[in-house]
Design a binder for this molecule. Structure first.
Ligand code: SIN
Length: 288
């Protein structure tokens, strides 16, 4: 980690009550009211905590839809997703609802993604994926419906050296065109390095979206599948994960460049509902 990043971490810990949940991933932040505009210092400290812990959680918040957008907008321009269910008009805020997830999952299961394997990052189909996401609980089952985030740097570090060498220089494509076309949008299929370097922390990140027909280029299909299985095995290791149980008033904020995530669907027919806002990457990168 660079000296600059270390400096930011220290100030974040002084300014905020940050309680890590796992050694490298996940922390609860207490004592901040997200419904009020943040002092620039507090905003920067939260951002530093998100980058450092990869996902942070706030409890007992009172955000409404506009408040959620306003909170997220303090961390960068908001991204309007073309294929998600919007709440009212087409705005950055969109719904993560159990019924929609079930429909998407039913489609995906025809595309070789097994239930339980749907680890992903958001907007990985874009040349410049969104950097951050703010997810807010709306309607929750009494128990269940947790979300898991994976430290994708640890996932990389934990690979056998031989696999790390094989992945060196390889790129992966993510194909989301069906969903985009169904919503009147199109986008070329782009390839990203399987191992990306996080430009703020310098960490190596094992970065694959298992839900969007990933394919590793420059190797044959069988080898691509074998390597993707290795990636998935890493994502599933509890040592690399943090698991969050939602409660009314919970908000999660994560760094989409450093973590992948997975929604646990163990709540039957309950109409679990969350709302999400995605934060675009810096203009320098978003313009690419
Ligand atoms: C997401 O994939 O962003 C939503 C996670 C969840 O539904 O828990």
């Amino acid at each position: 980690m660079s000296a600059a990043a270390r400096k930011i971490d220290v100030s974040a810990n002084v300014l905020l009550d940050i309680r890590p949940l796992q050694p490298t991933i996940g922390a609860e932040i207490h004592g901040v009211d997200l419904s009020r505009p943040l002092d620039p210092e507090i905003r920067d400290a939260i951002r530093a905590a998100v980058v450092r812990h990869k996902v942070v959680f706030f409890r007992d918040q009172t955000l409404d839809d506009a408040g959620q957008e306003a909170f997220a907008a303090q961390f960068g321009p908001l991204y309007t997703h073309p294929a998600n269910r919007h709440v009212n008009a087409v705005t950055p805020l969109h719904e993560i609802s159990a019924d929609l997830q079930a429909k998407i999952e039913a489609k995906r299961l025809h595309q070789d993604v097994k239930r339980g394997d749907e680890y992903h990052s958001d907007t990985s189909w874009r040349l410049v994926p969104t950097w951050g996401a703010v997810l807010r609980a709306i309607d929750l089952p009494e128990v269940g419906g947790d979300t898991i985030w994976v430290d994708a740097n640890l996932a990389y570090e934990g690979l056998p050296e031989e696999v790390r060498q094989r992945l060196e220089g390889l790129h992966v494509t993510h194909d989301y065109r069906d969903a985009l076309l169904a919503n009147g949008h199109d986008y070329p299929i782009v390839a990203h390095p399987v191992v990306r370097t996080h430009r703020e922390t310098g960490q190596k990140i094992l970065w694959v979206n298992l839900t969007q027909k990933p394919q590793i280029l420059s190797v044959d299909l069988a080898e691509s599948r074998e390597l993707l299985d290795e990636v998935l095995r890493q994502y599933k290791r509890p040592e690399f994960q943090v698991r969050f149980s939602w409660k009314p008033g919970s908000v999660a904020f994560w760094d989409n460049r450093g973590a992948v995530h997975y929604a646990v669907r163990n709540y039957g027919d309950y109409p679990r509902l969350l709302r999400r806002v995605l934060i675009a990457d810096e203009p320098l990168y978003a313009d690419l």
